[in-house]
Design a protein around this ligand. Structure first.
Ligand code: GDD
Ligand code: MG
Length: 368
């Protein structure tokens, strides 16, 4: 059985990171997200995937071309010229599917769910589609799904308004579809599976659901991406726990005197950490990051080449590729810095501020 992996979206809610890195490749514990996705599919017993690509397809294809671990797992690519939506992206992959039932996954979902079980449940029913559900606190950012006692879907409301919320169960973005569903998707235009195809399947009584209580998170916002990073660093999901290292510090990373490294932590190749710095509390430092004397990095993600100057403090934030945080600056509260931007010394960034790639903030120009 094959999967169609939907990875063509622009990742707007994760900007500025997704201006240059597709959501499918953002790192978790210094491994691109797509690696976890392929492990999930292979773990579910699938033998191949079609990546449904649109936005920034090249880096995703390059990553997979260099993945030496495919071991007989076939990967094909269906690239859209313009956005076709979540159903259009599946339709566009049709030529690579062989007329059998197939799996579809939203390419931004990190989960430990039992995919093989979802497939078994689907096969034992006469549904045209089985969608997996997960329980969340606030369903308004997801597709809300009402089911009856036999798990037949009664209603599917994508992004419900607060007064439409009748359950905490939402679409987890992992489906098993019969090939007939492809015939319901019009070709050549943008089609949403959530807004057009699921309601139609529901009206025919052929849309079933299966609830999973396993770990689940959509990594599509700074808050959820950071939370997913914390979870992966803590070994909560996505990694084989048998050889799991809470201190994943590459040998050639260099550390000065009296540096504090607090697990769980991931420090990639080529990092340089100066005297008296503190790195900890579920942080991940990408390749060639430089941390200045006495600086503090906590609960944060630093992408490759990020630089934190002496005495600066980074807490619960995301620092883009080759971005630089100047002396004594403070970046906290889910701030997100785009690639190559420069935060001059003494600035304070907070409250989810997002700084676009390449922006230079003069010294002491921002204070929260
Ligand atoms: N190929 C292709 N073409 N892929 C697309 C397109 C497109 O035009 N638009 C979005 N995608 C991909 C995205 O890259 C992402 O991996 C996936 O489809 C879902 O899109 P999101 O933009 O992340 O959707 P969402 O998170 O708001 O909502 C969806 O996921 C929720 C669960 O995480 C819906 O399916 C909800 O019903 C669901 O609850
Ligand atoms: Mg999403």
């Amino acid at each position: 059985m094959k999967a169609v992996v939907l990875v063509g979206g622009q990742g707007t809610r994760l900007r500025p990171i997704t201006f240059d890195t597709p959501k499918a490749l953002v790192p978790l514990r210094n491994r691109p997200f797509m690696g976890y996705m392929l492990d999930f599919l292979r773990g579910g017993g699938l033998d191949g995937a079609v990546l449904s690509l649109g936005y920034l397809p090249d880096p995703i294809q390059d990553y997979l071309a260099n993945w030496h671990d495919l071991r007989g797992f076939d990967v094909d690519y269906a690239v859209e010229e313009h956005a076709l939506g979540t159903a259009g992206g599946i339709k566009n992959a049709e030529e690579y599917l062989d007329g059998d039932p197939f799996v579809v996954v939203n390419g931004d979902v990190l989960t430990g769910m039992d995919l093989a079980e979802a497939i078994r449940i689907h096969k034992a029913s006469d549904a045209l589609a089985t969608i997996t559900l997960t329980s969340v606190e606030d369903p308004t950012a997801y597709g809300l799904v009402e089911v009856d006692h036999d798990m037949v879907v009664q209603r599917f409301i994508e992004k419900p308004a607060a007064d439409e919320v009748t359950t905490n169960l939402v679409n987890a973005g992992v489906y098993v579809l019969e090939p007939e569903v492809l015939g319901m998707i019009p070709a050549g235009r943008e089609v949403s599976i959530e807004r057009e195809i699921f309601p139609e399947l529901q009206a025919r009584g052929r849309l079933m659901a299966h609830v999973s209580s396993s770990y689940w998170r959509d990594i599509g916002t700074p808050r959820s991406y950071l939370a997913a990073s914390h979870d992966v660093l803590s070994g909560a999901v996505g990694t084989d726990r048998t050889n799991f290292e809470y201190m994943d510090v590459k040998e050639d990373a260099s550390c000065g005197k009296n540096v504090k490294l607090l697990p769980p932590l991931s420090v990639a190749e080529g990092c340089e950490i100066s005297d008296l710095a503190t790195i900890g509390g579920r942080s991940a430092l990408g390749r060639n990051c430089r941390i200045g004397r006495g600086a503090v990095v906590e609960g944060s993600i630093l992408l490759d080449g990020a630089r934190v100057d002496a005495g600066a403090v980074i807490r619960g934030s995301i620092i883009g590729r080759d971005a630089r945080v100047g002396r004594g600056a403070i970046v906290r509260g889910l701030s997100v810095l785009g690639a190559g931007c420069v935060v001059g010394e003494g600035n304070v960034l907070d409250q989810g501020i997002r700084v676009n790639p390449g922006v230079v903030l003069p010294p002491r120009s921002l204070r929260f």
